[in-house]
Design a protein around this ligand. Structure first.
Ligand code: AHR
Length: 327
């Protein structure tokens, strides 16, 4: 029997898929992955502008190196268009699997679909894509990451218990159109709506970036001088907000409570110092879970649509003790 390459088989499968589609039957499933001793794997990172992203990249690179796999790494530098091009370039280079951390929910759909069409399974890392446009187990294998809605809820629950009269909230949102910004807002805002006496006086994007967070916090503190809480969707914006609070002549942790998500070393240190009140961790250590999921798939195991990362929580009660373990 002649030996066919995986690509040839995929071409045949995709032709068959076209036929079945014409016949009105459901579209093809996630492409298969052969069991091999080594792989060429793509990791399409969204940007590298903060410790969270750097920790995630290091974890992926370390695990690939440990397994002896070739890693094709790209950094989209905060551009969804570049990230789509990066994925297309990985497809052209014939990678076996693509790990994708999609910058935004909708613009990365064409990249997911292009990989599928070319017979390459995609595993989404840390951020997801629009569930109405692409589905786990059909268009991509699975989403590995935290529960962002729960992260927002945990921040709100901590605030409601520990507010001590601080109830007027400025929210600094992450990148518009990204799944963590959408879900951290949803989880927090819905929990706050149920809490008596609390209100979100302003909510605006700081694009998950320190200086943008500082600028937005500065402007919102001017237009809402009665605000006494800042909830930032990530550490970078929370750290920017500390500068804005101090520039407004107020004391972070005393006049204004700052809440954050991510749990990098700098932010956990600021919790220990009392400048940030509490941080919900968003675990960036993806490497072991990402490659283990890939191996399970190659073995023929059924993969769950969402492989959940567990997150810690830091406040004054544990920040000093946990500082050494933070990334
Ligand atoms: O998708 C996770 C988020 O992306 C992190 O909270 C943030 O810091 C990063 O850029």
């Amino acid at each position: 029997m002649p030996a066919f390459s995986r690509r040839t088989l995929m071409l045949a499968a995709s032709a068959l898929g076209a036929l079945t589609l014409t016949a009105g039957i459901a579209a093809a499933q996630v492409p298969p992955l052969e069991q091999k001793t080594t792989y060429k794997v793509g990791f399409a990172q969204t940007e590298s502008n903060n410790p969270w992203r750097i920790a995630q990249t290091e974890s992926m690179k370390a695990e690939a190196a440990k397994l002896g796999y070739q890693l094709v790494y790209t950094d989209a530098a905060g551009s969804a268009a570049k990230q789509v091009a990066d994925v297309n370039s990985m497809i052209a280079q014939g990678v076996d699997v693509i790990f994708l951390a999609p910058r935004e929910e909708k613009p990365l759909i064409p990249a997911v679909m292009a990989a599928k069409k070319n017979g390459i399974p995609v595993i989404l890392l840390d951020r997801s894509v629009d569930p109405k446009l692409a589905k786990a187990g059909k268009d991509y294998l699975t989403f590995i990451g935290s529960d962002f809605i729960k992260e927002g809820e945990r921040a709100a629950e901590w605030l409601v218990k520990n507010a001590n009269g601080k109830t007027k909230i400025i929210e600094l949102e992450g990148t518009t159109g990204s799944s963590p910004a959408n879900d951290r807002k949803k989880g927090f805002d819905e929990a706050i709506k149920k809490a008596e006496g609390f209100s979100i006086v302003a909510s605006q994007s700081g694009d998950f970036a320190r200086d943008k967070g500082r600028q937005v916090a500065e402007a919102l503190l001017q237009s809402h001088p009665d605000a006494n809480v800042i909830y930032a969707h990530n550490d970078e914006m929370a750290i920017g907000a500390i500068s804005a609070v101090e520039a407004a002549g107020k004391v972070p942790g005393k006049d204004i409570l700052i809440l954050s998500i991510d749990g990098g070393k700098e932010a956990v240190g600021l919790v220990a110092e009392g400048k940030i009140a509490a941080v919900v961790e968003c675990n960036p250590r993806f490497g072991p879970k990402a490659f283990e999921t890939m191996a399970r798939y190659a073995k023929g195991e059924k993969i769950e649509p969402w492989v959940i990362n567990e997150d810690k929580f830091y406040d004054a009660s544990n920040a000093k003790a946990e500082l050494a373990n933070a990334y």
